[in-house]
Write a protein that binds this ligand. Sequence first.
Ligand code: FE2
Length: 459
Amino acid sequence: MESSNLDDGHGEEAVAWNQLSYLAGFGNHFSSEAKPGALPLGQNSPLSCPYGLYAEQISGTSFTSPRKLNQRSWFYRIKPSVTHEPFYPRLPRQNRLVSEFNHTTSLATPTQMRWKPVNDPEIPTDFIDGLYTVCGAGSSFLRHGYAIHMYAANESMVDSAFCNADGDFLIVPQKGRLWITTECGRIKVSPGEIVVLPQGFRFSVQLPDGPSRGYVSEVFGSHFQLPDLGPIGANGLASERDFMVPVAWFESKIRPGYTIIQKFGGELFTAKQNFSPFNVVAWHGNYVPYKYDLSKFCPFNTVLIDHGDPSVNTVLTAPSDKPGVAILDFVIFPPRWLVAEHTFRPPYYHRNCMSEFMGLIYGDYEAKAEGFLPGGASLHSCMTPHGPDTKTYEATVGRGGDAGPVRVSETMAFMFESSLIPRVCPWAMESPELDRDYYQCWIGLRSHFSPDDTPPTHP
Ligand code: FE2
């Protein structure tokens, strides 16, 4: 956890996007400098920093959080972040972002919900304009809760950076790469990878592939961490060394009219400044953006009978104050072998005190024969029944006997699972992509009850 990792970062345009390097690790205390000697030695805040830089700290936890939870980083930058004009409400663009979920902003429903993928935008839309909240719970002001967003965009952000004061973003691109410039450096993210942008970091998103879409979970008052492994042991699931952190990168040129877009309480504000916020020449700390390639996940699964609980596939968890109870878990269903004997192999029928939002990055999902598409989504809230559709059930049982080992190859589904019950935003309830016939996928499940059967004999 406390390893130090000093890397020579990169300045200006010296390194192209296809040549980025990263630091590796999760929860490390990292160091990176784009010019040699830019990091002060022996102290964080010297009277004069090397190269005439300003020292600035970003705190991701309270000063007094326990050491094992404490997160902060120090930036050494050309001008401090405070050098900007006042914030003003960002008008007149439509804002479909919510960070306080109550009856004035969102709706309660126990109904199973499913959405088809959205089409590409018909007008120029950058990542911020293309971002909209689907559902969530709690309040960013009270530092407790989460929001689930989706985005559909087709243009890079220009002369602007986004800063989310409300929570951490975990972005799951489904279509199109994201080239993200952050204050710690630059990160390239492809579908099949995820990126976490912690609360307060300024970042700008380029879309090198044009039309792009994906999913975002945002947590208020908690940060993502690796799950405990319990009886699995010391290894497995997501490995610390597969998390990639950017190296220092900066631009120093004057940028007149540069805009900082700040999300604060779900509302957007803008402030002008005449320089790029990506002017950090060196940094150190453990509060950093990072990415992770889901193909590196080491799944564990049943090797004899029954379908294990999906928690075994947790990549990251944002814990609540209750042990084992998450504000938000990020769980994946990656390619894997199915080998269980005399077992109904798809997910079991289920009612859950937790609420489950699912998305599909590529391929098919094993519990749905049709209707759950890459780029689409589903929501099964607290105690709302869900499970395999009729076709999946009948096909599975119809095969009979043991199917032998089967490799599920072409699939990458995921779940955002929360202990907090989501309310759904009105535009998601009224969306043309909402599958109003979703319930039909289960209606055909018929009774197989045969009371006159001979009682089974068990060995
Ligand atoms: Fe479930």
